[in-house]
Design a protein around this ligand. Structure first.
Ligand code: HPA
Length: 267
């Protein structure tokens, strides 16, 4: 496993013209951040040895490197979801490669269903913590020497970055929520009973990504910051039929606010 990761990283390094320490997973609501990059160069996932290739509609697969302002960054356009059939090793493979490439900070976004009754569709939620409800743990198996066998998760989402995001949102007059993201396998959205259960467990939002990558980033010593766009509501009395199109529409509508905060955070 480690050997494969290192082979992948060696290949990418041969193509790299910069040495970014910041990586961004361009999840829902953040896709347009690439339009703001200058001096870009790209590597298709399919060219990269041992790299998984994304299958889901609306997600292409490539690494895009460039400058955001004067900051060198690396972005992932297209992530790997467990519901697509990938194992956890594949879902989190890029994060381990990032570790080999020298990445120190990771920025992520996602779409999520709000289970907090005070949330509304279109809200942005800084992820302060998570609940891992995936059926397989990404660190199951032989420990890779990036981190300890039993990693601490007391600050999975960096408190300094969270504080900074709140300042930025306040300065920009952007309303921002904070809360706990519960990661579940999907691909079904939740039944009303499931939304209610997750809310009682302490979740403010539920989605189908992010948690595996964040666990592995923590194991790799990479600091994480994440924002969810609330695209639908899993709140009693407000639950309506939800489709992927509805989710995408709500995420797109939140894009300018999400991008404004992330741009400033990254810089
Ligand atoms: N549940 C799970 N994943 C999601 C949701 C949801 O309600 N909305 C967007 N992604």
């Amino acid at each position: 496993m480690l050997e494969q990761i290192q082979e992948t990283a060696s290949f990418i390094k041969t193509k790299m013209q910069t040495a970014p320490e910041t990586a961004v997973i361009l999840g829902s609501g953040l896709g347009k951040l690439v339009d703001e990059l200058t001096d870009t160069y790209e590597i298709d996932y399919k060219e990269i040895p041992h790299f998984p290739v994304s299958t889901v509609e609306g997600h292409t697969g490539r690494l895009i490197f460039g400058k955001l302002g004067d900051k060198d960054i690396m972005t992932m356009q297209g992530r790997f979801h467990y519901y697509e059939g990938y194992g956890m090793k594949e879902v989190t493979y890029p994060i381990r490669v990032m570790r080999e490439l020298g990445i120190k900070k990771l920025f992520v976004s996602n779409a999520a269903g709000g289970t907090n009754p005070s949330f509304e569709i279109g809200d942005l939620m800084i992820i302060t913590d998570h609940i891992n409800f995936f059926p397989e743990h990404p660190l199951r198996g032989k420990n890779i020497s990036y981190g300890p066998r039993f990693p601490d998760m007391s600050e999975a989402y960096d408190h300094t970055l969270i504080a900074r995001a709140k300042e930025i949102a306040a300065q920009k007059g952007i309303t921002i929520r904070e809360g706990i993201y519960l990661g579940t396998q999907g691909p079904t959205y939740e039944t009303p009973a499931e939304y209610r259960m997750f809310a009682r467990w302490g979740a403010d939002a539920v989605g189908m990504s992010t948690v595996p990558e964040v666990i592995v980033a923590n194991h790799c010593g990479i600091r994480v910051f994440g924002i969810s766009v609330i695209t639908d509501l899993g709140v009693e009395g407000k639950i309506v039929e939800v489709s992927h199109e509805d989710v995408q529409r709500a995420a797109d509508a939140a894009q300018p606010r999400m991008t404004a905060i992330m741009r400033e955070m990254i810089q």
